[in-house]
Design a protein around this ligand. Structure first.
Ligand code: NDP
Length: 237
């Protein structure tokens, strides 16, 4: 079977590091983000025969079209990584409804839509592997991130339920839950202050999360698992 992997959110940050690792392992990749130029730049930098697609994961027709295009140009997708995500951190009383909706749509509904779209080909092939990128705050909660935490907590429930639903079809679904990682998403945080709380004393790097994602993608006897990659933050939250 060809190793074709769709990486939503593959143009930057954690998704991009996953793409770099998987390209080195011989996968054929689809790099997907809203900004096509960003996705093209990331795919081009990998060398080889990888393709870029523009898609907003929160839009069902975008997701469906992207899966049709991927199948046409790359063949059936048998590996899926959901790393597209946004945060709009604020106390709940100050959070606008539109920011609640955009976080839930991108972080939770988006992964539901891509998993659903991936199912047909994975069921036909009798196999597939999915990793959804959650967050430690989805397990522990964090003040100022109630909606983001809900989106990531929901992703865990969704992934574990789907893992049960499709295990007989030899499709696996797992979650990686990172702590603070150096990406665009965390560039405005007060790192000096926050890192004092982390048992390992530093933010993580994207490649450190990428190794966990690829481990779960390739572990044939692991499904419904949540792998925390957070420098020990969960120990003190
Ligand atoms: P970045 O902001 O660095 O990258 C986000 C990626 O997602 C980009 O490729 C972006 O491309 C894409 N994206 C965002 N919204 C959409 C959308 N609606 N449709 C398609 N693609 C989209 O984020 P990170 O790498 O930091 O985060 C990756 C994942 O890890 C996210 O789910 C995040 O919640 C999670 N995470 C991150 C942590 C961290 O500390 N960085 C900690 C815990 C979890 P474009 O803008 O072009 O669409």
């Amino acid at each position: 079977m060809d190793k074709v992997c769709a990486i939503f959110g593959g143009s930057r940050g954690i998704g991009r590091a996953v793409a770099q690792l998987m390209a080195r392992k011989g996968y054929r990749l689809a790099i997907i983000a809203r900004n096509l130029e960003g996705a093209k730049a990331a795919a081009g930098a990998l060398g080889g025969d990888h393709l870029a697609f523009s898609c907003d994961v929160a839009k069902e027709h975008d997701v469906q079209n992207t899966f049709e295009e991927m199948e046409k140009h790359l063949g059936r997708v048998n590996f899926l990584v959901n790393a597209a995500g946004i945060n709009r951190d604020s106390l709940l009383v100050r959070t606008k409804t539109e920011d609640m909706v955009s976080q839930l749509h991108t972080n939770l509904l988006g992964s539901m839509l891509t998993c659903k779209a991936a199912m047909r080909a994975m069921i036909q092939q009798q196999g597939g592997s999915i990793v959804n990128v959650g967050s430690i705050v989805g397990l522990k909660g964090n003040s100022g991130q109630s909606v983001y935490s809900a989106s990531k907590g929901g992703l865990v429930g969704f992934s574990r339920a789907l893992a049960k639903e499709v295990a007989r079809k030899k499709i696996r679904v797992n979650v990686v839950a990172p702590g603070f990682v150096h990406t665009d998403m965390t560039k405005d945080l007060k790192e000096e202050h926050l890192k004092k709380k982390i048992p390992l004393g530093r933010f993580g790097e994207t490649i450190e999360v990428a190794h966990a994602v690829v481990f779960l993608l390739e572990s044939p006897y692991v499904t419904g698992h949540v792998l925390v990659v957070d420098g020990g933050l969960q120990l003190i939250l």
